[in-house]
Design a protein around this ligand. Structure first.
Ligand code: 5GP
Ligand code: MN
Length: 335
C-alpha cells in the first residue's frame, strides 16, 4: 500500500484503532495523540489504546483523557480491535512489543494496517510500512507522513505540541539522533505557537521529589563502574522498589546519567520487576546496544538506546551481563 492509497481509503469515515508500545514514552504517547486528533478531525471514529499505563508526567497532554489502557479496559479494547477497519501502529517494530494486543492484531487479517516507526529490524506487520531508522522519532515520521498525505494544514497547536513532545523526549532535547532536516520540521511546529520553554518544563521539570531520591540512591549506592569495559551498571532489586515506592516510569532516564561519565560508553540499568528482569541499554558512539540487546536478551531498539528482558533473578542477570562484557571488549575499546 502507498500513502496515496491510504489517503483515498480515508475519504470515507472509518473505524480506526491507534496503538503504541507498552511502557509508553513521550514518542509513543505524542505520535498516538497527534494521529488520533488528525483522524478524529477528519471525521473518523478513533480509539487510541496503549498496552500499559503511561507515566503521570504526560497527564497534561492534549486529548490524553481519550486514551485507553488495555490492561485496564481490556474487554472494550478487544471489542474495538475486533471491529476496526484500520489498525494504526506507532513507535514499535514487532507485535511482541504490545503484549496481548499483538495477538489480537495478528488475528485481524481482514483489517488494513499501517505502521510508522523508527526502530531497527522492523517486521512486516502492516500493509503500509513507514519505517525510517535515521529519524529522530516516530513523531518526526508522523509529521512527514502528514505532509506527504497533503494534510499539513491540518496540524493544529495541540497536534504540534504532541509531536514536539515525542521529538523532545526521543532526542533528549536535541542531544541525540538529530539531522539538519529535523530542525526545519521543528521550526514549523514551533511556528504554530508552542512555547518551547514551557513545554520543556512540563515534560522534564515536573518530577516528584521521590524521583530525585531514587536517582540519588542509584548513583550513590547501586552504581557499578567497570573501567576495563567502559561500562556502567545500575541495578535495582524488588526490595529497592518497595523501599522507595518505585512505580512504573519512576526509573525513566536514570540510565542516561551513567553516560555522563567520561569513560563510560555502555550504560545499563537492570530492574527486577514482579515477573521479569528488565534491562535498559544506552551507548555513546559506535557501540550498538541494539545488537547487544537482540543477541543476548531477545530485545532491540536503536544503536544507542535499546532494551530487553529476561526471567530469573537480579543477581543472575547482573552476572550474565558482566560475563558477556569480555566478548565485546574490542568494540567497546574502539567505540
Ligand atoms: P528503554 O530503555 O527506554 O525502555 O527503551 C529504549 C529503546 O529500546 C526503546 O526504543 C524501546 O523501544 C527499545 N526497547 C526497550 N525494551 C525492549 C524490549 O524488550 N524489546 C525490544 N525489541 N525493544 C525494546
Ligand atoms: Mn520512539
Amino acid at each position: 500500500m502507498e500513502i496515496q492509497e491510504l489517503v483515498y481509503y480515508l475519504e470515507v469515515p472509518r473505524d480506526i484503532v491507534i496503538v503504541s508500545h507498552r511502557n509508553p514514552d513521550g514518542d509513543a504517547v505524542g505520535s498516538t495523540l497527534a494521529i488520533g486528533r488528525l483522524l478524529r478531525k477528519a471525521g473518523h471514529t478513533v480509539h487510541m489504546i496503549l498496552p500499559s499505563e503511561f507515566p503521570p508526567f504526560f497527564n497534561w497532554m492534549p486529548d490524553i483523557d481519550r486514551v485507553w489502557i488495555y490492561d485496564i479496559r481490556t474487554e472494550e479494547s478487544v471489542k474495538v480491535l475486533k471491529e476496526a477497519d484500520l489498525i494504526w501502529m506507532l513507535d514499535f517494530n514487532s507485535l511482541d512489543r504490545i503484549d496481548k494486543m499483538g495477538e489480537e492484531i495478528h488475528h485481524r487479517v481482514d483489517a488494513k494496517k499501517v505502521l510508522i516507526d523508527h526502530h531497527l529490524d522492523p517486521e512486516p506487520i502492516a500493509d503500509l510500512m513507514v519505517s525510517e531508522v535515521q529519524a529522530s522519532s516516530t513523531s518526526e515520521l508522523v509529521y512527514d507522513f502528514i505532509q506527504d498525505a497533503g494534510w499539513g494544514n491540518q496540524i493544529d497547536l495541540e497536534m504540534a505540541t504532541s509531536l514536539m513532545t515525542g521529538i523532545l523526549t526521543d532526542t533528549g532535547s536535541f542531544k541525540y539522533n538529530t539531522r539538519p532536516v529535523l530542525f526545519h520540521k521543528v521550526a514549523n511546529l514551533l511556528g504554530l505557537g508552542i512555547d518551547l520553554n514551557e513545554l520543556q518544563i512540563k515534560i522534564f521539570n515536573t518530577l516528584p521529589v521521590k524521583f530525585l531520591r531514587i536517582l540519588g540512591y542509584c548513583l550513590h549506592k547501586r552504581m557499578d563502574i567497570i573501567d576495563e569495559y567502559h561500562t556502567g551498571i545500575i541495578s535495582l532489586s524488588k526490595e529497592d522498589f518497595e523501599r522507595f515506592d518505585i512505580q512504573r516510569g519512576d526509573t525513566e532516564g536514570i540510565v542516561n546519567y551513567l553516560l555522563m561519565i567520561q569513560e563510560v560508553k555502555f550504560a545499563i540499568l537492570i530492574t527486577e520487576q514482579p515477573t521479569i528482569v528488565k534491562l535498559s541499554f544506552r551507548s555513546k558512539g559506535e557501540f550498538s546496544v541494539q545488537e547487544f540487546a537482540r543477541d543476548n536478551f531477545k530485545g532491540g531498539g536503536h544503536k544507542n538506546a535499546a532494551g530487553g528482558a529476561t526471567y530469573g533473578t537480579l543477581s543472575k542477570t547482573v552476572k550474565k551481563v558482566k560475563s558477556l562484557l569480555p566478548l565485546y571488549e574490542k568494540s567497546l575499546k574502539s567505540a
